[in-house]
Design a protein around this ligand. Sequence first.
Ligand code: DQA
Length: 143
Amino acid sequence: MKKIMIINGPNLNALGTRETNIYGRDTLDDIIEFTKKSTESLGADITAYQTNHEGEIVDLLYRALDEGFDGIVLNAAAYSHYSIAIRDAIASVKLPCVEVHLSNIHAREEFRHKSVISSVCVGMICGFGKLVYPLGVRVLCEM
Ligand code: DQA
């Protein structure tokens, strides 16, 4: 059984009410529940966190390593676009990390087109709404 950590970054606590035209009406709890249900047959052991703080994402990445997780699904939200600290932590822990975004970051503002973490992730899934989470888990389970 693969042990998978899902990490959600800033403002994702507000899903359900935040810019619903872009992110939809599901809360983060709804999305995590949906992810666990729709990946049941893969037998993954999923633990999910959300934090609004950059350093806490760094700490969680090291915790994933220390606690024997097999991989990470990471929606670093706005930090994806500029956090070298998170990028360096992903490179340091060396666990497979799938970058996810609910929205299609390439179809939005120019500043969202670049992700500084993509190059150290095994891949990136974006634009499919809540489906990006189970898709990320699936990738990690099949690696
Ligand atoms: C996001 C996209 C980011 O650009 C944005 O800052 C977010 C959410 C997404 O899931 O679509 O907060 O990561």
